[in-house]
Ligand binder design. Structure first.
Ligand SMILES: Cc1cc2nc3c(=O)[nH]c(=O)nc-3n(C[C@H](O)[C@H](O)[C@H](O)COP(=O)(O)OP(=O)(O)OC[C@H]3O[C@@H](n4cnc5c(N)ncnc54)[C@H](O)[C@@H]3O)c2cc1C
Length: 484
């Protein structure tokens, strides 16, 4: 355990900040406070930590299964800060190439080709240009169109940023082939929404922060172990070592409010825990229920009803032998969108997670039918898998997986420092400048912790800096050297 900062209060002398919610936002707020030696007490209603980035226990096999594959990117500097601060590096791998699988060709009996996109030894934003030329399932005209589109997107500013991205693409000469073969493939998975529900600002953010601004911003950060091991066991162990008390299976019913300020929280069993500072890190649709009048009917709270959400589906497949040696695959023009391979610790075969984002077209369908369509797709891509036995499968759908990054909704997202004394907000739905992602959740937690520290008169900068765009990227794309 590292030494606490010199300004740390002696143990037991400062009442803990109460954090409600043990998803990544609440956990990051707790880690942020703990790094400054400030006490915190975290309540999580479920038995496990991690929230949406969590796992469930499969009683039949005694394994932890993630609700869905969770992937970060090299530009997720706050998530990486969390990983480094807690010492979780070995739980993740970095994929430095994207493997695109060409769309199905009904006229051919050959398996589709895999096209590798990786960085060339060139400065950003030129590093991906040679790689883009490798996406041969798009003809030269389409690839030129995409390059022009990316440049225009990086330079986009003003009211154009708050429009729907599919309109923007049409106006910028992007053909249906480029949209289906490139823009949709990247953005629907990065933002978990269909293009008509994505604001240009968020699409720009993915491309500028992720793909264009910095050589490593687009690399994938992929967990090697179940999320339960990362956020459940390892992170909660770190919190215990750093003086944060975590109470799982402990739901908060409401925030106590006295003399125009926060006075604590009331638990589901009616016990009251007194506190001067409460960070509410619950999903946006749970916030109103926890707040007393008059906060519940405040316009900042009622505005949250206008935030829409999108579902994500994950098809989990256990084969009795390896079916591919790719670490992941980006599937173009298929029901399954991204496939991630993780070696199973208990079995010799491949464990694949196939992610379907913006999954409204899947939620009403028969589960077995969805699984079998995805398996058929994989068998067409990797003929080796035809002989492999699928000995288990599971479809998990999260109906409210993420907040839709629609035009006009960013202004509805509240800041972490609330207008009410002693109350702070955190969650991927708060205003972070990021879409509803793990990075957004971690940023919100760190901002909430910074606000708490400022109120305790021990201000600290917890949020790490963004990746600094390369000089050439700044000049060619007109993006700031500080924050893209
Ligand atoms: C299927 C799926 C796939 C995803 N894939 C990715 C991905 O690949 N990359 C990525 O960056 N993001 C991904 N996301 C989004 C990411 O999971 C979320 O953005 C992030 O985990 C949100 O964290 P959070 O802490 O804001 O909210 P949550 O994780 O929802 O945490 C809120 C917590 O509050 C608890 N709670 C609620 N009410 C109470 C109460 N009254 N008392 C106590 N506790 C309470 C809940 O149980 C929960 O644990 C995915 C999400 C889903 C669902």
């Amino acid at each position: 355990m590292s030494a606490p900062p010199p300004s740390t209060p002696p143990r037991g002398t400062e009442p803990p900040t109460v954090i409600v919610g043990g998803g990544l936002a609440g956990l990051s707020a707790a880690v942020g406070l703990a790094t400054q030696g400030r006490p915190a007490l975290l309540f999580e209603s479920r038995l496990r930590l991690g929230g949406r980035a969590g796992s469930f226990h499969d009683g039949a096999t005694e394994e932890w299964i993630d609700h869905c594959q969770h992937v970060g990117m090299g530009c997720c500097t706050s998530l990486l800060w969390l990983i480094q601060t807690v010492g979780l590096e070995e739980c993740f791998r970095r994929d430095r190439a994207l493997h695109f699988v060409a769309p199905p060709d009904p006229a051919s009996s050959q398996p589709p080709l895999v096209h590798r996109l990786q960085a060339a030894p060139l400065p950003a934003p030129l590093h991906l240009l040679p790689g883009l030329s490798q996406l041969k399932y798009l003809d030269g005209r389409r690839r030129r169109e995409i390059r022009r589109g990316m440049l225009a997107l990086a330079r986009c500013s003003g009211p154009d940023l708050d429009r729907s991205f599919d309109d923007w693409l049409a106006e910028h000469g992007q053909s249906p082939e480029s949209v289906a073969g490139f823009w949709e493939v990247i953005l629907v998975s990065a933002l978990s929404e269909s293009l008509d529900h994505i604001a240009v600002s968020h699409a720009r953010h993915v491309f500028v922060s992720g793909f264009l601004g910095h050589r490593s911003g687009w690399e994938l950060i992929v967990p090697r172990v179940p999320l339960e091991e990362i956020y459940g066991t390892r992170l909660s162990g770190w919190l215990a070592d750093h003086g944060v008390e975590v109470r799982t299976g402990s739901a908060v019913r409401s925030v106590e409010w006295k003399n125009e300020r926060v006075a604590g929280v009331r638990l589901a069993d009616e016990r009251v825990v007194a506190a001067d500072r409460v960070v509410l890190a619950v999903p946006h649709h749970r916030l109103g229920n926890l707040l007393p009048e008059p906060l519940e009917s405040h316009p900042q709270v009622t505005a949250l009803e206008q935030l829409d959400t999108a579902p994500i589906a994950a098809v989990h497949l256990w084969f009795d032998r390896p079916v591919t040696d790719l670490p992941h695959a980006v599937l173009v023009g298929r029901l399954g969108q991204w496939v991630f391979r993780r070696e199973s610790p208990t079995e010799n075969g491949d464990y694949l997670q196939v992610v379907i984002s913006a999954a409204r077209h899947v939620t009403g369908r028969d589960r077995e039918e969805v699984i079998s369509e995805v398996v058929d797709e994989l068998r067409a891509i990797w003929p080796e898998s035809v002989g492999a036995r699928l000995h288990r499968s599971r479809l998990v759908i999260e109906h409210r997986a993420v907040v839709s990054p629609r035009p006009g909704t960013d202004s509805l997202r509240p800041k972490q420092l609330s207008p009410w004394t002693g109350l702070y907000l955190a969650g991927d739905w708060t205003r972070t400048g990021w879409p509803s992602t793990m990075e957004g959740a971690v940023r919100s937690g760190l901002s909430a912790a910074e606000a708490v520290l400022a109120d305790l008169s021990v201000p600290a900068q917890l949020q790490p800096p963004d990746l600094v765009p390369g000089r050439l990227a700044g000049w060619l794309l007109g993006i700031g050297r500080k924050t893209p």
